[in-house]
Design a protein around this ligand. Structure first.
Ligand SMILES: Nc1nc2c(ncn2[C@@H]2O[C@H](COP(=O)(O)OP(=O)(O)OP(=O)(O)O)[C@@H](O)[C@H]2O)c(=O)[nH]1
Ligand SMILES: [Mg+2]
Length: 507
């Protein structure tokens, strides 16, 4: 299954394996990495859900391992796919009490697509309901055959809570890494991939890069897609400032002119001029401005309502995930129009744009300074901020429903033949007649039918039977009606009576 080709280069030296942790939401990926790193990231996450790729390094028995954590929530499929794409080895985490779930299947397809060797970690084995053999059976159905099932994939029962099996898991990873013969040339200028990026209000554009080959040094000039810049500062995953990043190291970089697109490759350039030229000639980023993405989006048709949104998020990966899930909301008669989708805190210019375009500002894990909130309140601009993606999606869904006209459901009640006209006023009349089908009901809406054609409409204000107020008169009985409408009723007309009910729509 090895995908790395062996190339003859005497400078090639062993490099740490890049290991991606993949699995369904809440199956324990972050907790597992936490146990390995002995820190506590899972506890700090909003709602315990990983919303970005986190990249870390750890040392086991003198060997460094790079880990990439990915989110399991369905919205983040692109992050999972990207994580799988850059990895040498995958840990497939499956909770022993839950087994194979939709995102387990999804990541199995990524593992197969990118042909990465996989180690299965059946997690939460400490739980009394844990059923690892059931999980193994389910995995077999998805084409992941573990050794105990006559396959080649190694599987280990672990508990991210108690630490059971984790040493064994790390051993297995080092073993697989050894077989893969992962090499890199640390003497070369660096190249690799952008795994995360965002705009920090104080530090400016910040990117997490994964060095795949070569060594990235402070002062290097890099280009990634349409972004470029000189590396002003390098930080390792613990936030320590470092001078250089060797192969397989995830590193935070300051000095790039804008937050680069996640998934873009980066490389070191000779000079700032050549970096600029390369960035300028690269394909412009997609989906970030109105003009660029307008053609991709559904065009509003006549009678359609539009929900204008301005999206602000902490990192590009989040924006991408949010745009992805919003696209999946059913948009009939009302569509979502994203005017701006940008990394960074909510600013005055966002409020101005929202005011002039009637947009709602949706923030995801960004700051909303008080004075901005005050400004928005004064201008009647709606701002909503979220920490958890599904809450954001629900809010947008509610916003769409608010825009939709309620559905009007008509219920036919019956027909009445007019036999006498008692009193006539401008828009009111008192008439008498006989219910010939269904029933007559007080407050019913009425169509006036003359010679089988609708000639006017109105409603029943008061219904009487034998001069007494009543709510209903059934078929075959006579009724007196106080009618209000836009047309004078004549003897012999048929009043078609119906009710209308407003029903809130659903999406
Ligand atoms: N009992 C038990 N609970 C666990 C174990 N591993 C994780 N948990 C719990 O399962 C929940 C989810 O754990 P996370 O590590 O956040 O799961 P995750 O796979 O990173 O979730 P996403 O990143 O949202 O996909 C937390 O409440 C953990 O405490 C385990 O081995 N045993
Ligand atoms: Mg997680």
């Amino acid at each position: 299954m090895a995908k790395k080709k062996k190339v003859e280069n005497l400078n090639l030296l062993e490099r740490p394996p890049i290991v991606v942790v993949l699995g369904h939401v809440d199956h324990g990926k972050t907790t597992l990495l936490d146990y390995i790193r002995k820190t506590n990231v899972a506890e700090k996450e909003s709602g315990g859900i990983t919303q970005h790729i986190g990249a870390y390094q750890t040392v086991h028995k003198g060997k460094t391992i790079t880990f990439i954590d990915t989110p399991g929530h369905e919205a983040f499929s692109q992050m999972r796919s990207r994580g799988a794409k850059v990895a040498d080895i995958a840990i497939l985490v499956v909770a022993a009490e839950e087994g194979v779930k939709p995102q387990t299947k999804e990541v199995i397809s990524h593992i197969k697509e990118f042909e990465i060797p996989v180690v299965v970690a059946i997690n939460k084995i400490d739980k009394p309901v844990a059923n690892p053999s059931k999980v193994i059976g389910e995995l077999a159905k998805e084409g992941i055959l573990v050794e105990s099932h006559g396959g080649k994939v190694t599987s280990v029962n672990v508990s991210a809570k108690t630490g059971q099996g984790i040493d064994e898991l790390l051993e297995l990873i080092l073993l697989v890494a050894e077989m893969e013969e992962l090499k890199a040339d640390a003497a070369k200028p660096a190249s690799g991939v952008v795994i995360e990026s965002y705009l920090d209000s104080k530090r400016g554009p910040v990117a997490t890069l994964l060095v795949q080959d070569g060594t990235l040094k402070k002062g290097d000039i890099i280009v990634c897609g349409d972004s470029y810049g000189g590396v002003k500062m390098l930080e390792n995953f613990q936030g320590d400032s470092i001078e250089e990043a060797p192969p397989s190291m995830p590193v935070l970089v300051l000095g790039i002119n804008q937050a680069p697109t996640v998934g873009d490759k980066f490389s070191v350039e000779e000079s700032e001029e050549s970096a600029f030229a390369k960035a300028a000639s690269s394909v412009p980023r997609r989906g970030t401005t109105k003009a660029e993405s307008a053609d991709k989006r559904q065009q509003p048709q006549e009678g359609m309502k539009i929900l204008n949104l301005i999206l602000k998020a902490d990192v590009r990966g989040s924006l991408e995930a949010i745009e992805g899930v919003l696209k999946n909301i059913k948009q009939e008669n009302v569509i979502i129009n994203i005017l701006k989708s940008e990394v960074g805190d909510i600013s005055e210019s966002d409020v101005k744009l929202a005011f002039s375009t009637g947009s709602t500002i949706i923030g995801f894990r960004v700051k909303l300074p008080n004075y901005i909130l005050e400004l928005a309140k004064r201008q009647g601009v709606r701002i909503k901020t979220f920490e958890i993606i599904y809450e954001l999606v629900e809010e947008v869904r509610r916003g769409l429903i608010r825009l939709l006209e309620p559905e009007i459901v008509r219920e036919d009640l019956g027909k009445l033949k007019v036999l006498a006209i008692f009193r006539k006023e401008k828009s009111r009349m008192i008439v008498g007649g006989k219910v010939i089908s269904g029933k007559a009901e007080n407050k019913a809406l009425v169509n006036i039918i003359r010679n089988e054609e609708k000639v006017g409409k109105g409603r029943i204000i008061q219904l009487q039977q034998n001069k007494k107020d009543i709510n209903e008169v059934e078929k075959g009985k006579e009724a007196g009606i106080l009618f209000e409408g836009d047309m004078v009723i004549e003897e012999g007309d048929v009043l078609e009576m119906y009710k209308e009910e407003k029903k809130k729509r659903e999406l």
